[in-house]
Design a protein around this ligand. Structure first.
Ligand code: CP
Ligand code: NVA
Length: 307
């Protein structure tokens, strides 16, 4: 049985296989065809953090596949009152066919997966957001930006950065990460990615200069400066990240046909300017929609691996 906790656990071939399946599912949906590939199956959806996209896309996705989603907020279930993850896993996984979890520490989802009888999908942890990266890459594929692209990530070295590091190192493309000093990605994850990159031919670089990262890039992306759980650091971060806003001047250094991606929610005037976010290079709503399609692909792929 396979889980979907981080892209580190997947080969390039498997990532591309899931994306091809997602594309097929998307094309069918656009034609009004909804094959019931998970007929009668139940997806438990545990949220220990807020969400718009993840909740709506997983719940719609499983329904479109013929199953149903069960929204479980930690405000309502005993997990929020301190019931251990390992007990929650052993109870819930006897009653549903798959579980999606959004939580804080990555070790929490690892513990759930260890005790789960059914596949577990990561809907974001403090360390990774792999389903988002699948949506981002599908968006790149649709734009023909999957042939040796140069991707520039500007901003905080967070869960999105770590997932970009894994995707680039697995698929073998160039990723340039620009963060302020002190906000670099986790060193252990960076080194793991470098090791994988040495096998795939990916080029991964780290800089404190956003201009150097963006120059000649095919894809420019960023994320909030203060992730969920970092609300108290917000003011300090806004000061520390001055110069890291993806605005028209910075975007102008990328290739003229470069695209802009953002996992959303976005904070206009901070990590990205209104002009770039709403501009012609921005594909943020295609990217958000692709969450639905790739997650259906991931769920079907995991379900098939189980049977
Ligand atoms: N991008 C993303 O995961 O959005 P939500 O937090 O709204 O789910
Ligand atoms: N880095 C952000 C992503 C939100 C989808 C966070 O963890 O809050």
């Amino acid at each position: 049985m396979r889980h979907f906790l981080t892209l580190k656990d997947f080969s390039a071939q498997e990532i591309l296989e899931i994306l091809a399946l997602s594309k097929e599912i998307k094309d069918d949906l656009k034609k009004g065809i909804r094959p019931p590939l998970m007929q009668g199956k139940v997806l438990g959806m545990i949220f220990e953090k807020s969400s718009t996209r993840t909740r709506v896309s997983f719940e719609s996705g499983i329904y479109q596949l013929g199953g149903m989603g069960m929204f479980l907020s930690n405000r309502d279930i005993q997990l929020g009152r301190g019931e251990p993850m390992k007990d929650t896993a052993r109870v819930i996984s006897r009653m549903v066919d798959m579980v999606m979890i959004r939580t804080s520490g990555h070790e929490r989802i690892e513990e759930f997966a260890k005790y789960s009888q059914v596949p577990v999908v990561n809907g974001l942890t403090d360390s990774y957001h792999p389903v988002q990266l699948m949506a981002d890459y599908l968006t790149m594929m649709e734009q023909g930006k999957d042939q040796n692209p140069i991707v520039a990530y500007v901003g905080d070295g967070n869960n999105m950065t770590h997932s970009w590091l894994m995707l680039a190192s697995k698929l073998g493309f160039e990723l340039r990460v620009a963060t302020p000093r002190g906000y670099e990605p986790n060193l252990k994850i960076f080194e793991e990615a470098q090791k994988i990159a040495s096998l795939s031919g990916a080029k991964i670089t780290l800089t404190n200069d956003p201009k150097r990262a963006v120059e000649g890039a095919d894809v420019v992306t960023t994320d909030t400066w203060a992730s969920m759980g970092q609300e108290e650091e917000k003011e300090k971060r806004v000061r520390d990240f001055q110069g890291y806003c993806v605005d028209s001047a910075l975007m102008g250094l990328a290739k003229s046909d470069a695209i802009f991606l953002h996992c959303l929610p976005a904070y206009r005037g901070q990590e990205v300017s209104e002009e770039v976010l709403e501009g012609p290079q921005s594909l943020i709503f295609d990217e958000a929609e692709n969450r639905l399609h790739v997650q259906k692909g991931i769920m079907v792929w995991l379900d098939r691996k189980r049977s």
